[in-house]
Design a protein around this ligand. Structure first.
Ligand SMILES: Nc1ncnc2c1ncn2[C@@H]1O[C@H](COP(=O)(O)OP(=O)(O)OP(=O)(O)O)[C@@H](O)[C@H]1O
Ligand SMILES: [Mg+2]
Length: 484
């Protein structure tokens, strides 16, 4: 592909350069040819008027015949032309012919001479067979006052002009060759400069397809191709990151699945092989049931996350009162809170606190945050839900009196499967998908979620916002935000 693009560019540039140069040279050469002939004719006309003046002197007796002839010879010699000065008594051609080279008028100049005898000046460029050469011809009447008394015919061979023209043409062709040679060098350099980064990128793309993300493409200059190369490198980096994330995710999922699956297998094996005593069997089966429930929860959470990230979740916007929703969610946790002797409180300002959002999804976020707070709060502590109107929307926070999260981990708890204490997994039952799901759902609404440790005492506070105009956000924006 690269070779052909390179070749095509070189071919097109070369074709244009050669065509333009050759056309310009031909045009210039023609122009000079015309110009030289015109100059020659002007020169001959000037000489003719000289001859006319001399002829007057001759007729008036101020010049002798040999002197007059000498002058005419001299003029013919300096202007490199044949000069015929012929006087006639009556204006007929036949009388002229007797004194001219044989056939000159008869064959070649009959019409012109007739015109001259009528008093006109004639110029032409023609082949004269009597002299066997191409000439520049000028004919003017020989005048005595107003009366035509003869003709002055001047014929300059074209060979004189041809020599000068050949010299001009040589210069033209040499300079054309030089221009083309210089153009070839520039064209090769430019074409290579254009095609090389493209070829590099195509090789890099092939490497990426083969799973190698290591080599970046060179970014020469600041033009569009450099911009493309820069974007290409960014894309490669992003792809690399995504590939790493994918690998990590697969590793995490496999790990998360393997642990409960192997304990299920252990319990089932114990029962099947009679290792577990009959009275222990119900307990083992309960454990198997717990693990399977957890597995189903895990798979459901994963599916939910995948659906959100694929943009397959459509929010159903409605106006609802946050105070009512918070009471509802709070009631769900009454039992687990009492079991841990937690006091569960809520404060909503103002009441009612209307928001425009997907009620079920916001409920899901609240459930996830509350389940964390209840799970990680110390026995006998408090869990407090607060909702208020902030700048540009509603702000909801869930605060507990647990041990909080080390500050360097604060942003990471929103990553999939990220848990602080992995050894507590089975005891607490967490899989590390609650916060990532909450984050995605909040992002779908165009809001944001943050976690911060309490300043007054140990404990965590997680806050999220629901923008006022959430319902007006375009679906596309939501999908884009969710994927980030
Ligand atoms: N209120 C909290 N107090 C202390 N640590 C917390 C709190 N909320 C979350 N965390 C930490 O962040 C981690 C991630 O929370 P997340 O809700 O994503 O997962 P999980 O609660 O472990 O499992 P899941 O919610 O999927 O059942 C938790 O494992 C925990 O270590
Ligand atoms: Mg959780």
């Amino acid at each position: 592909m690269r070779r052909s693009l390179f070749r095509r560019l070189v071919f097109i540039f070369l074709a244009i350069t050669v065509t333009l140069t050759v056309t310009a040279s031909i045009w210039l050469s023609r122009f000079f040819a015309g110009y030289f002939i015109e100059q020659k004719q002007k020169e001959l006309l000037a000489q003719a008027s000289w001859i006319n003046a001399l002829a007057e002197d001759y007729q008036a007796g101020r010049l002798s015949n040999p002197e007059f002839k000498k002058f005419i010879e001299l003029i013919g010699y300096t202007s490199n032309a044949r000069v015929y000065v012929v006087s006639v008594r009556s204006e007929t051609v036949s009388e002229l012919e007797a004194r001219m080279p044989s056939g000159l008028i008869e064959q070649d100049l009959l019409r012109e001479v007739e015109q001259v005898l009528r008093g006109e000046t004639v110029q032409s460029r023609r082949f004269v067979s009597a002299l066997d050469m191409p000439v520049v011809f000028v004919g003017t009447p020989l005048l005595s006052g107003e009366k035509v008394t003869g003709v002055i015919l001047m014929l300059a061979p074209l060979t004189v002009i041809k020599d000068s023209l050949a010299a001009v043409n040589r210069v033209l062709w040499y300079s054309s060759l030089c221009i083309i040679a210089a153009a070839v060098v520039v064209i090769f350099a430019v074409s290579r400069r254009i095609t090389r980064p493209i070829a590099d990128m195509s090789r890099a793309a092939a490497r990426i397809a083969g799973g190698d993300y290591t080599q970046a493409v060179a970014v020469p200059g600041r033009d569009e191709i450099a911009q493309l190369a820069r974007s290409f490198n960014i894309m490669q980096k992003k792809l690399h990151e995504m590939e790493n994330m994918r690998q990590e995710l697969i590793a995490s999922i496999s790990h998360e699945l393997r642990t409960p699956l192997s304990s299920i297998r252990g319990f089932v094996q114990a029962i099947r092989e009679g290792v577990a005593k009959p009275e222990e069997q119900p307990h083992y089966l309960d454990l198997v049931l717990d693990e399977t429930t957890r597995l189903i929860g895990l798979v459901n959470d994963l599916l939910e996350l995948a659906r959100i990230q694929a943009g397959a979740v459509q929010l159903i916007y409605a106006n609802f009162d946050l105070a009512v929703l918070i009471t509802e969610v709070k009631e769900t946790f009454t039992l687990p809170a009492t079991e841990k002797s937690l006091s569960l409180t809520a404060e909503v300002q103002p009441v009612p606190l209307w928001v425009n959002a997907d009620r079920d999804r916001i409920k899901q976020v609240l459930l996830n945050l509350l389940s964390n707070a209840v799970r990680y709060a110390d026995r006998g502590g408090t869990v407090h839900i607060e909702a208020k109107r902030g700048s540009g929307g509603a702000i909801i926070s869930v605060t507990d009196t647990g041990s909080g999260v080390p500050s360097e981990e604060l942003s990471r708890i929103f990553e999939k499967f990220h848990r602080l204490d992995r050894s507590r997994d089975s005891a607490t039952g967490g899989t590390g998908l609650g916060l990532p799901i909450a984050k995605q759902l909040v992002a779908l609404h165009g809001g944001s979620i943050t976690a911060a440790n309490r300043t007054d005492m140990p404990g965590l506070s997680v806050s999220f916002s629901i923008p006022e105009n959430a319902g007006c956000l375009k679906e596309q924006d939501q999908a884009v935000k969710a994927r980030r």
